[in-house]
Design a protein around this ligand. Sequence first.
Ligand SMILES: [Zn+2]
Length: 46
Amino acid sequence: MKQLHRWQMREEKLCKVCQKPFSIRKKWKNNFDEVFYCSERCKRNK
Ligand SMILES: [Zn+2]
């Protein structure tokens, strides 16, 4: 059985701005706990 990293078990979040679920991106894997927005646009609209 392949071991999952912590970030792989939390693949989706709800965007705080548009309320849409968004998937993890590889570049976020190191700080996914700090990612609350699906895009840079939403991030600016908070
Ligand atoms: Zn959004």
